[in-house]
Design a protein around this ligand. Structure first.
Ligand SMILES: [Zn+2]
Length: 66
């Protein structure tokens, strides 16, 4: 529902690695911040995280964030 802010690059291409915890700390920080303010990327993150969970690549604890 939030309009696309239209500023800064989105992080969709980083989400796969983010879900797998394969990003650098700087990239992880950037993705975290972006997900807080971008509904579009957050929706993509949920889809990717669920797919990764189905594949057994991440645990449910990982999906909870912290
Ligand atoms: Zn975004």
């Amino acid at each position: 529902m939030t309009a696309d802010p239209g500023e800064g690059p989105h992080v969709r291409q980083l989400l796969g690695a983010y879900v797998l915890d394969a990003l650098t700390s700087g990239e992880t920080h950037r993705v975290c911040r972006h997900l807080r303010e971008c509904d579009g990327c957050t929706a993509d993150y949920v889809v990717i995280a669920e797919a990764a969970a189905l594949l057994g690549l991440v645990s449910e604890a990982d999906l909870l964030g912290e």
